[in-house]
Design a protein around this ligand. Structure first.
Ligand SMILES: Nc1ncnc2c1ncn2[C@@H]1O[C@H](COP(=O)(O)OP(=O)(O)OP(=O)(O)O)[C@@H](O)[C@H]1O
Ligand SMILES: [Mg+2]
Length: 293
């Protein structure tokens, strides 16, 4: 077993609502290895999104710890946190929060622009990702000129542009038709196989859950069940690959790792990028990252 990428230990979350405590997470333990693909399922109101926000460092647990490769991220300062988040995590939510005044290519570049990365290699990277999600012909379209599924794929490309170790997705296909959902799911598996990206996906989709190698079921604020349905494979470098037996097709065409992004950094990399670029800004998110200090 490789060292887990992220470990949640006895995570509790209490919201205070109209003077009363609302116990939402009641002691969640979860460990996710690098390269794993898992989904989190469970009834509405059971705490899935709350857990995702906490794992994504967008909200703090009331108690318990979240460690990434041994480092407790609940203790980072806000600038350390912003940097950590930008480099390690990609977010894909149901409502994709693209910036309406920018085109697809610019939206995908945004997390890198916020970090002050050099524009030319960033643009190349964004273009490649949009090609990878099947949108080579829509680079200059603004969100209002894209279909829902296309917007969702732009959001996915944006989440991937800085090559995060972990993609956190909350009902990423919740508002897509079944065919487009299928394409997005397919893409998750392909990205996992080709890049070794770890995916943690909250979903109500039975189809999605049925195909995932690991399904974590939450109920009433705790993990009720944690099922691993198949073995994962390692490549020659010891890197974990997706569980090949659940890969829909093309599983044997596992390409070698993409060349790493050698974008020269601009001299002053932003210490605390605005949360707007690669992060959700749901109006009802429990607590925005910016509130942490
Ligand atoms: N800021 C908040 N203040 C008070 N209660 C909250 C807050 N945010 C969430 N809750 C409550 O916490 C519970 C869990 O919410 P959460 O969004 O995590 O559920 P979920 O499992 O994602 O549900 P769904 O499947 O419907 O998306 C809900 O009962 C919700 O009302
Ligand atoms: Mg939810």
């Amino acid at each position: 077993m490789s060292e887990p990428l992220v470990v949640a230990r006895d995570v509790k979350k209490v919201f205070v609502h109209e003077g009363k405590d609302v116990d939402v997470l009641k002691g969640v333990d979860l460990s996710v290895n690098r390269g794993e693909m898992l989904c989190v399922v469970g009834p509405s109101g059971t705490g899935k999104s709350t857990l995702l926000h906490i794992l994504g460092t967008l909200d703090l647990p009331t108690s318990g710890s979240i460690t990434y490769e041994g480092r407790d991220v609940t203790r980072l300062t806000s600038s350390e946190l912003a940097r950590f988040r930008n480099r390690t995590l990609g977010f894909v939510f149901q409502f994709h929060h693209l910036m309406p005044e920018f085109d697809a290519l610019e939206n995908v570049m945004m997390p890198g622009l916020v970090q002050g990365l050099a524009r030319t290699p960033l643009k190349k990277r964004a273009r490649e990702l949009l090609e990878e999600v099947g949108l080579a012909h829509r680079l200059a379209h603004r969100p209002g000129e894209l279909s829902g599924g296309e917007q969702q794929r732009v959001a996915l490309a944006r989440a991937l542009v800085l090559d995060p170790a972990l993609i956190l997705a909350d009902e990423p296909t919740g508002n897509l038709d079944s065919r487009t959902s299928e394409q997005v799911h397919q893409l998750f598996f392909e990205l996992n196989a080709r890049r070794g990206t770890t995916f943690l996906i909250v979903t109500h989709s039975r189809d999605m859950a049925a195909r995932m190698p690991r399904v974590v079921t939450m109920r009433d604020g705790v993990v009720e069940r944690d099922e691993r349905k198949s073995e994962t494979y390692r490549d020659r470098d010891g890197r974990k690959e997706a569980a090949l037996d659940v890969l829909p097709r093309g599983a044997d065409a596992i390409a070698s790792e993409e060349p790493s992004e050698d974008a020269e950094k601009a001299p002053s990399e932003a210490e605390s990028p605005s949360p707007a670029a690669n992060e959700p800004s749901e109006p009802n998110a429990p607590d925005e990252a910016g509130n942490r200090a």
